[in-house]
Design a protein. Sequence first.
Length: 138
Amino acid sequence: MYSVDNLGEGFFYEWNIKRGQGVLIPGDNTMQIIVRWDNPEPAEIEVSVTRAGGACPLTFSREVSPRLSINENISIRGSSENPCIGQKVRYSVDLPASQEPLTYIWYQQNQAGDSIPLQGAQEVEITWLDTNLINLFI
């Protein structure tokens, strides 16, 4: 996760990956961004900050060294296999023991469920908004 300081109301943020391979999640007009890196090679991310009213943007960039610490299939368990609309379902994952602390970053490939409220935890609770398939990743 990468972030910039809150500059207050009326600022807009645009994130980009300048060098490296990854996916920005979610990335639109937020002070922080999660990047799912596709490889551990050195990369560079940038954020352009613009004030409402058309002022010239300020652009900041940063060199980063992504780490891919888990390279195996992970099973995500849910408390319900066939949830109904409006039902809250708790999903969790058990990962192999690690020598260093892990930060869990959850995201959905589609929007069948509401936004994921708690990041960094080993489990997450999602309220289903429709009956479409939801793809969860960690």
